[in-house]
Design a protein around this ligand. Structure first.
Ligand SMILES: [Ca+2]
Length: 87
């Protein structure tokens, strides 16, 4: 029997079908082309972990060039300390 470990999806345009880290969260970026919404990016945290709630808050700059995505329960500093990621 063959088994392999696949780490949870991270970063931009990873595996959207990967739901191995429950509650990790994700953000989808869409652009309006004048007629319809087009998906531009699928975004996961750089350090995907179950329960981190990446995408629990989002903000976009007025010119649309900077996206902030909050991860309320990210563990970078202390457990569940939270983080914001800028793109
Ligand atoms: Ca966490």
């Amino acid at each position: 029997m063959h088994t392999s470990y696949e780490p949870p999806s991270t970063g931009i345009n990873g595996q959207a079908a990967d739901d191995s880290a429950g509650g990790a969260g994700a953000a989808y970026l869409f652009t309006w082309d004048g007629g319809s919404w087009m998906q531009e990016a699928f975004i996961k945290a750089s350090g995907t972990a179950a329960g981190d709630r990446f995408g629990s808050t989002v903000a976009l700059s007025a010119d649309g060039n900077v996206l902030a995505v909050g991860a309320a329960n990210e563990d970078g500093g202390k457990s569940e300390s939270g983080a914001a990621c800028l793109y």
